[in-house]
Design a protein around this ligand. Structure first.
Ligand code: ATP
Length: 269
């Protein structure tokens, strides 16, 4: 019997990202090599939120840089939407948000958002309209002409989020994007991110070393060992949102913290 159309989707499209036996070393100053990632394999299903949870130095940012095509693995393969990364970044399909907001101080909020569109062939007017729409999406529609120094940390973070979303990427790579925010602002950003994810349905890879943040956001958690980063545990989080402070989320946080304590005393954040 022929399976229904919904079941014959091209397999490439079911995984936003696939890491296959990825290993990476960096040269050290003394001539040796620093082994950062060892035989890492996992998938990021299309439309999901996957959190990579791991201690400092376990290669989380290195892995995101590979997903963005900025770094190549020594061994293994990194597939983006079914295609092996080539070293050329397709920023129309990928958004990247970093720990620091990386806003240019001499540009207004709308012009910082528009930066992400400057490599394309988009006209000035369309760029402005799209940037304004993204600012509205993150609740900053009235702050388009504000400069970064006129914005709070949370607002700057929203501008950075708008910039990473303005190309309407299929995949959003987020490297500890809210770690510098105070707890309350971070919680607000979590809520905003989940709302935008519900509306847009992009795939998100969210790097953090904060167990609670991973549990609040993720559909899947991939927990790394201390360097060299390996996949220690993979789990699906099947809890309804919002999760903050709910008994199920709290008990999962406690479970993961116990697993970390049992893994190694070297979990440094
Ligand atoms: N280009 C590079 N050249 C040499 N060493 C590097 C390079 N990039 C990263 N490293 C080293 O690789 C290790 C892993 O770095 P990475 O930033 O991927 O870890 P991480 O898990 O993201 O850490 P953190 O949570 O502290 O951000 C670190 O010890 C870092 O110093």
């Amino acid at each position: 019997m022929t399976p229904p159309a919904a079941h014959v989707a091209h397999p490439d499209q079911r995984q936003a990202l696939a890491f296959r036996h990825v290993s990476k070393q960096f040269p050290r100053g003394d001539g040796g090599a620093l082994e950062v990632l060892r035989d890492v394999s996992f998938d990021v299903p299309a439309g999901s939120v996957v959190s990579i949870l791991g201690p400092s130095g376990s290669g989380k940012s290195t892995l995101l840089n590979m997903a963005a095509g900025l770094l190549a693995p020594d061994q293994g393969r990194v597939l983006v939407l079914g295609h092996e990364t080539t070293g050329t970044v397709d920023w129309s399909r990928l958004g990247y948000m970093f720990q620091d907001d990386r806003l240019l101080p001499w540009r207004t909020a709308i012009d910082n958002v528009g930066l992400a569109l400057e490599t394309g062939s988009i006209g000035r007017r369309e760029k402005r309209e799209r940037s304004q729409a993204q600012l509205s999406l993150v609740g900053l529609g009235d702050f388009a002409s504000a400069y970064p120094h006129q914005l709070s940390g949370g607002m700057r973070s929203r501008v950075a989020l708008a910039r990473s979303l303005v190309t309407e990427p299929d995949i959003l790579l987020m490297d500890e994007p809210f770690s510098r925010l105070d707890a309350q602002t971070r919680t607000t950003m979590h809520t905003e991110l989940l709302r935008i994810h519900r509306e847009r349905g992009m795939s998100i890879v969210f790097v953090t070393h904060d167990v609670e943040e991973a549990v609040i956001l993720a559909d899947h958690i991939v927990m790394f060992s201390p360097r060299p980063g390996r996949v220690h545990t993979e789990l699906a989080v099947e809890l309804p949102h919002p999760r903050l402070g709910t008994p199920d989320a709290l008990s999962l946080v406690a479970e993961l913290r116990a697993a970390i304590a049992g893994m190694s005393a070297d979990w440094v954040i």
